[in-house]
Ligand binder design. Structure first.
Ligand SMILES: Nc1ncnc2c1ncn2[C@@H]1O[C@H](COP(=O)(O)OP(=O)(O)OP(=O)(O)O)[C@@H](O)[C@H]1O
Ligand SMILES: [Mg+2]
Length: 367
């Protein structure tokens, strides 16, 4: 019997300027399985994880975790809204709405790549977007007021009316459009929902000890407030005990007792990778995303890591999405595989099928 779906990825499209990172990628992750994403360098594997945990905002597609949509950019509705606003804007005040449209384009395409000098994945926050709208509306009001004065009017009720006349349609349109534009759930909230991850480039506090790094990972589960923390009283005290227990479980599980007090920056690469896994495990996620957890490791370290991954799956029933280039390990520990090439899925299935797939052999595995 097939296990229930935990994560559903449907038709994800992601581009960076002219580069297509993901083109119509779809797959499911079932409860308790290890699903590997493989493919050549630049195939879009890391980008896929970044879409799942909210770092990147795909232009199209839908990701659902435990039946809850993590984001849903509705391009069609946004474009309809854009056309509506364009028409009204040009009727009411023509080119003065240019700034307003900049804010709107931001929301529609969820990227500022087309503004020179901004990083391609920088997204505007809700407040920044709202203020860009308000700024644009007020600016257009003021400009038209000034225009009115320059063309012989005087600073009077007409000026105020001009501002209101320009503000009102903009505000109404803003309210209408805003309802249809959804932002992605931010990464910290996605982590709270139960999606943990490790990174291709280890993300740890190098100046802190192993224990402190793992404690920091528990932060998303802290419920105590500032006063309780300052007095170390009530929830603060109970939570600290609970979080320390979780940290100790991870330390024992990953066999890193000897390094518990060592500053992470002073540890060798293989151990730092293991602690990075510990950081994700300590959060006790339901789905764990691992981005090349064995990269740069020697054979023994890889074996240890593979054993830990299998133990996690067996002991906790956690579902795992694994990106890895070592095909020996991948084929050994994986339940199912998704193969990406230039952002497209070229194969999907159990290891034995995928290994023999001509398209996979040609694009990645070789003869
Ligand atoms: N933030 C970004 N800005 C611009 N382009 C990006 C960004 N992130 C990824 N890309 C591009 O998207 C494509 C896919 O990159 P990605 O890192 O997802 O590949 P990958 O499959 O993880 O590769 P590797 O095996 O080398 O880690 C590449 O062409 C990459 O240059
Ligand atoms: Mg990568």
């Amino acid at each position: 019997m097939e296990r229930p779906k935990l994560l559903e990825v449907k038709d994800i499209n992601l581009t960076f300027g002219g580069v297509t990172a993901l083109a119509g990628v779809s797959f499911d992750v079932r409860e308790g399985e290890i699903l590997s994403i493989i493919g050549p360098n630049g195939a879009g594997k890391t980008s896929m994880l970044n879409c799942i945990n909210g770092f990147y905002n795909p232009e199209m597609g839908e990701i659902t975790f435990e039946g809850q949509r993590l984001r849903k950019p509705d391009k069609q509705l946004s474009l309809k809204g854009l056309m509506f606003v364009l028409t009204l804007s040009f009727i009411f005040c023509g080119p003065l709405y240019v700034l307003f449209l900049i804010g709107l384009l931001h929301s529609v395409f969820k990227t500022s790549a087309w503004i020179p000098g901004t990083p391609p994945t920088k997204k505007l926050s809700g407040w920044a977007r709202a203020s860009s709208y308000f700024g644009a509306i007020l600016t257009s009001g003021l400009i038209s007021g000034i225009f009115y004065l320059l063309t012989g009017g005087s600073f009077s009720i007409y000026f105020v009316l001009a501002v209101i006349a320009l503000c009102l349609p903009g505000l109404i349109i803003f309210m209408l459009v805003l309802r249809h534009l959804e932002s992605p759930i931010p990464p910290d909230q996605i982590a709270r929902l139960g999606i943990g991850r490790t990174f291709q480039n280890i993300q740890l506090y190098t100046g802190l000890s192993t224990v402190d790094n793992l404690m920091a990972a528990r932060h998303l589960h802290f419920k105590s407030n500032f006063v309780e923390d300052a007095l170390y009283f009530g929830r603060s005290h109970h939570e600290e005990i609970k979080h320390r227990q979780a940290v100790e479980e991870t330390i024992e599980f990953l066999e890193i007792q000897p390094y518990r007090k060592t500053t992470v920056g002073a540890l060798p690469y293989g151990l730092r990778k293991r602690i990075d896994l510990g950081r994700a495990l300590t959060q006790k996620p339901k789905l764990l995303l691992l981005d090349e957890p064995m990269a740069g490791m020697n054979v023994d370290e890889k074996e240890d890591m593979a054993r830990f991954i299998l133990d996690v799956q067996e002991e906790t029933g956690m579902a795992i999405v694994l990106i890895e280039h070592d095909m020996g390990v991948v084929m050994d520990i994986t339940d199912r595989l998704v193969v990406l090439d230039f952002g497209r899925t070229i194969a999907e299935g159990v290891p034995d099928e995928v290994k023999r797939d001509p398209a996979v052999i040609k694009a990645y595995l070789g003869e």
